[in-house]
Design a protein around this ligand. Sequence first.
Ligand code: N01
Length: 536
Amino acid sequence: MGTTNSSFDAVVIGAGFGGMYMLHRLLQQGLRVALVEQGADLGGTWFWNRYPGARCDIQSMEYSYQFSEELQQEWEWSEKYATQPEILRYANHVAERFGLREHMRFNARVEGARFNETTARWSIPIVDGETLTAQYCVSATGCLSSANVPDIAGLDSFGGPIYHTGSWPHGGVDFTGKRVAVIGTGSSAVQSIPLIAEQAEHLSVFQRSANYAIPAHNRPLEADEVAGIKGRYAQFRKDNSELPFSAAFDNSEINALDVSQEEVRAELERRWQDGGLPFLGAFADLVFEQGANDLAADFVREKIAERVNDPAVAKLLQPTSIVGCKRLCVDTNYYETYNRDNVSLVDISTAGIDEISATGLRCQGELHEVDAIVFATGFDAMTGSLLKINFVGRNGVSLSEKWAEGPRTFLGLCTQGFPNLFTVSGPGSPSVLTNMIPSIEQHVNWIADCIDYLNRRNLSGIEASQAAEDAWVEHVNEVADSSLYPGCSSWYLGANVPGKPRVFMPYLGFPTYVEKCEEVVANDYAGFELLAATSQ
Ligand code: N01
């Protein structure tokens, strides 16, 4: 279809796990595809998040591609939870193995993408580069890729280095002999704080809200457990795909409110000892019934009190919110770190940080002098990176205009008014409430099959219908409202970014979602309008 080297059948944006697999699928279909990536290399999340202690808290045997049986058989994971360098090595291995690199353009930031209604093609200019055109544009820009740096007065006046966990220097950072501030206590902070504390002269953690963390109990993988999974990998994947989070969380069908308190405690203790996110699967009603959630919350608060020596510090570290309503953290020595002499916890829950000066952070009048600041303040999640691209669809309407009141999509895959634009793990899809890689694969497979369907019929494209999109947005909200998830100020709701509309963005329930996607296909893309071939 293309005539010059800037004209493609499809352009994929982002070289993380989503973009890489999208590229692979479309190349296999014989299409001319370019992948553009703003970073200097591939890996997405795992390219950027190189902070000390960065590792995935989904088990490595699951947090990996399943599209190639040979790939999943040959790759050897070393630990239960893989480190960032190991995951990045895996991403590079995949790119080499499937010949993806030569189709990738790095340091290529998209500076706006516009749909041409006459040609039914996207025009995609690259900063300081050429303009690519393509029939299809697939955004695989990631759900947690647009760093959130709070606008704190005086930030620019700080005399030392400032880091964000999500764009960590590639050469690493040596905090030896330094007084360090970490702002934030989410997953990135929980992972990095114990290691920064080991190195720094002094670490001050600035906590706005306490978060629940469950011990990881990370360990090397045993040869026999690896062989056990590899011996039935396809079935293992299939079993997991039928679970709510598409991960082996050993989800119980028992309600905490239907059994005795002793039974509840025994099961929570068992989960605590096993460690990690499967804690959330302890009871079927845990994220749906406040009473059940309270039991789990009390349990974790008690554990925190046991792990932290100073009762006043322990109290500050005990969250009062709903367990799981903000993403559960998984830790290694997080709470014990506060028992160290060189670590202090600064409570900023009521008054925040007044200002940053040349030498430190001032809170409630007191100056905390530091040599370096680490922002572990998360991301403008799910919509941040999409909106930064400045997509312009039909009638010159931009995505920011369309999503001014919050994201609106059909299945998290497409948004009305933006034909031939697909989003991998878009808002309105299960994405961040699941094991991301299987979710990504499901999305990519759907998109690749859809493009193949359109090409076989010589159609010029596809667009979500307004009615299907409206119904989907309503359904996503209804499902979320049946749970406890919307009950706290989480990034799932956009509540971490000042001024962002509060809309629950992910879809809760992976298997139901997959059924709905398959139903749409079985009904010849019901809910979409198929666009006739253009004369261009
Ligand atoms: O970011 P977060 P993250 N002043 O948004 C605080 C995934 N992930 O990078 O809770 C002061 O969770 C904020 O406080 P509050 C995972 O899905 C996975 O840690 O909003 N503080 C919070 O404490 C995760 O959920 C892995 O009151 C401010 C923290 O900063 C997601 O990425 C590892 C503030 C931000 O926590 C994001 O995690 C790491 C302000 N103005 C991340 N603004 C693994 O798989 C925000 N905060 C292991």
